[in-house]
Design a protein around this ligand. Structure first.
Ligand SMILES: NC(=O)c1ccc[n+]([C@@H]2O[C@H](COP(=O)([O-])OP(=O)(O)OC[C@H]3O[C@@H](n4cnc5c(N)ncnc54)[C@H](OP(=O)(O)O)[C@@H]3O)[C@@H](O)[C@H]2O)c1
Length: 302
């Protein structure tokens, strides 16, 4: 087995790389900037997906691909940035396709491509599984649809493709959790919007372990990358505050304030997606963190 990653320098990718190193699994990765990469060295190969350029040496001996590359959605969604969010994902996959097509000794690979639960329509009552086809029609849902369509273009070049629809990733230093924690630490924490919206999450370590597990476990074309127990936003806020021993005394932040502050990006915290993974429930994959309380306590602990 030899794994080629894209987006290896990001939050999820860097944790996966640690696990690959721990388990002595050979790997290499594409990055847009060799100098900026703390992972540089023998494993790093340059690419520029927006120009469909890549170093073909990266493909030598590759049997598996983990695709994570894409511009962050946690930046202001101007019209041009929205284009960048889509283009970066679609062009990364097109570049991978080109690289596979141009291999001197073409062999089919297994592809794990990141996707997101943002594809499912925001809904307070419905529970989604991999079988669900009730998709949203907002920007995030549109991004995921275009992203997954581009990934499916790899099917003829792969012996199997898995789209991993990732939930909100809980990590100590990056992503959603530190942003939710900041006001609580200052004593001005409050639930967001109605507080009733479902948040489907996964601990960074479980997500990285899941990617490794899926390298040699083909569970089908779609897997929801979420922990077994989603919870409502106001429940999460209470867990964060109690873990930090901080009071919650302010009323919930109204939706219109969040829309004013964050613009269209407020969808990230206001959307409600109650997502389950039936596929993982049927498998022997073991979550280390299946309750948000356990995950938060581990991440905020010393
Ligand atoms: N974190 C979450 O809560 C979450 C939830 C659902 C889905 N996801 C998806 O899972 C993937 C990995 O998430 P993450 O949190 O690890 O993301 P991240 O920390 O933002 O890292 C993404 C990586 O993509 C590459 N990248 C950034 N901008 C790019 C651009 N304009 N064109 C091409 N490549 C670019 C970068 O690698 P180089 O600089 O080395 O090229 C970067 O390290 C992302 O696609 C994300 O949308 C994440």
């Amino acid at each position: 087995m030899k794994v080629l990653l894209t987006g290896a320098t990001g939050l999820v990718g860097s944790r996966i790389v640690q696990l690959l190193q721990d388990r002595d699994i050979p790997f290499c990765f594409f990055t847009r900037n060799l100098n900026a990469s703390f992972l540089s060295g023998a494993h790093a190969f340059l690419w520029n997906p927006n120009r469909f350029e890549f170093d073909p040496k990266a493909l030598e001996g590759v049997t598996h691909i983990i695709n994570l590359a894409g511009a962050s959605i946690a930046k202001r969604w101007t019209a041009s940035y929205k284009e960048e969010v889509v283009r970066s994902r679609v062009n990364s996959l097109k570049t991978i396709k080109l690289a596979l097509e141009q291999r001197v000794h073409p062999t089919k690979v297994r592809v794990l491509s990141a996707s997101a639960i943002g594809c499912y329509a925001s809904n307070y009552s419905e529970q989604y599984s991999e079988q669900s086809v009730h998709f949203g029609n907002d920007f995030l849902a549109e991004v995921v649809q275009l992203w997954e369509e581009a990934a499916k273009e790899l099917i003829p070049l792969s012996h199997s493709l898995c789209l991993l629809r990732i939930g909100i990733v809980f990590d100590r230093e990056q992503g959603a959790l530190p942003k939710l924690l900041a006001p609580i630490k200052w004593g001005i924490g409050a639930a967001l919007g109605t507080g009733r919206q479902w948040q489907s999450w996964i601990h960074i370590d479980d997500l990285a372990r899941l990617f490794i597990y899926l390298l040699d476990h083909d569970l089908g074309p779609v897997v929801n990358g979420v922990a077994p127990n989603a919870l409502r936003q106001n429940e999460l806020t209470k867990i964060l505050a109690s873990t930090l021993n901080k009071p919650l005394w302010l009323p919930a932040v109204p939706e219109w304030v969040l829309k004013l502050m964050l613009g269209e990006m407020s969808a990230v915290v206001l959307q409600s997606q109650h997502v389950k993974s039936e596929v993982l429930e049927r498998s022997d994959f073991q979550f280390h963190y299946d309750s948000a309380k356990a995950a938060v306590e581990e991440l905020l602990g010393e």
